[in-house]
Write a protein that binds this ligand. Structure first.
Ligand code: ADP
Length: 337
């Protein structure tokens, strides 16, 4: 498929190059024909004028009004040819550029939906398979109480994973149609501290720390939305730590001037290549290739985060952390969101 696309592309570039060359060649021909016609016409005109006794020699002919008008006409035609050639080439190049852009977008969209299908199938299949295995084991065997409990806890974790996935899918569909931020005064400090405590329990190998600088006013925000933002960013920080879940993640809350709240989530993970930094907020976008990637996911998390932040008139961006990893920075306006 990929090879066939390259071949079609190459063929269309060759056709376009041929068209430009052909047009260039026609322009030169037209130029020469125009010049020949001008020379023939001026010769004829000179003979007629000498015959009628209007002029005696070439010098007089070159100064005559008739020759000047003919020469102006010739120059105008020359410029017309040049102008039309330029307009044609520009339109052709613009046409090719827009077609190419559309084609590239189409290719990215189809690659993303392929990625999405692959990842969603995997994300749905693996918890279902685990839960099934647990239920089958419990049915077939009489196990000690401790072992049974352990299996049940695992099955519950898997259902939680399924639940999160389905919620994310539903939420992302809702974001496009009916999402309205349900705003209420929020104490972000309290909210983040609660989330961080829960995450420290959920990921025993990782260390989450939370710092706040100075006083923080109440923020008019959607509680569920803000929880989803923090959870997505903090859990991504563990997921992309590249260290088997061992990670140091910092959440930092501060004021940016008097009017904006700044939340930074810093990790020391694998980092994000420069050219992907804007793309990762797109729906279903995941860095790398689905066939080779190991971290689970659907590419919906950051899209949801970005949409929620926008619904609060805020901004999200990502920078490199030093010496490694990423810093996600969120700016939320206190007034008028
Ligand atoms: P998912 O995690 O389900 O793939 P997200 O929308 O949350 O989807 O993230 C999109 C992509 O951004 C991820 O696939 C990953 O490549 C990249 N990414 C997100 N967070 C981080 C991070 N903290 N460090 C490195 N890469 C990240």
């Amino acid at each position: 498929m990929e090879k066939q696309n390259i071949r079609i592309r190459l063929l269309s570039y060759l056709v376009i190059a041929y068209m430009i060359l052909a047009f260039f060649w026609w322009s030169i021909l037209l130029f020469n024909k125009n010049r020949d016609a001008f020379r023939a016409k001026s010769q004829l005109m000179k003979i007629e004028m000498i015959e009628h006794g209007e002029i005696n020699d070439n010098a007089q002919f070159l100064k005559s009004a008739q020759y000047t008008s003919l020469s102006k006409h010739y120059t105008r035609q020359e410029w017309m040819i040049v102008g039309e050639a330029i307009v044609f080439v520009i339109s052709l190049v613009l046409g090719v550029y827009f077609i190419n852009r559309g084609y590239n977008k189409e290719m990215i969209a189809s690659q993303q939906s392929r990625n999405f299908l692959l990842s969603i199938t995997h994300e749905l299949k693996s918890p279902i398979a685990s839960i099934r295995l647990v239920l089958e084991t419990l049915l077939k065997r009489e196990l000690p109480r401790e072992k049974t409990n352990q299996l049940q806890v695992n099955a519950l974790k898997e259902t939680e994973r399924l639940n999160t996935l389905v919620n994310n899918l539903l939420f992302s569909a809702k974001l496009e149609s009916t999402y309205h931020a349900n705003k209420e005064p929020l104490d972000l400090h309290e909210l983040l501290e609660e989330i961080i405590t829960k995450l420290n329990d959920k990921y025993p190998d990782a260390t989450f720390t939370f710092k706040q600088e100075g006083e923080m006013p109440y923020f008019q925000g959607d509680k569920m939305g803000m929880i989803s933002v923090a959870l997505n960013l903090l859990e991504n920080a563990v997921k992309y730590s590249g260290n088997g879940g061992k990670a140091n993640i910092e959440a930092h809350l501060s004021m940016q001037g008097d009017e904006q709240i700044k939340l930074e989530i810093k990790d020391q993970g694998v980092g994000i290549p420069e050219k992907e930094k804007k793309q990762i907020f797109r729906k279903f976008y995941r860095v790398g290739n689905e066939d080779t990637r190991t971290a689970k996911g659907t590419g919906l998390g950051l899209y949801i985060v970005d949409q929620i932040i926008r619904a609060h008139s805020g901004q999200i961006s990502v920078h490199d952390n030093v010496p490694k990893g990423s810093v996600f920075e969120i700016l939320l306006p206190i007034a008028g969101n």
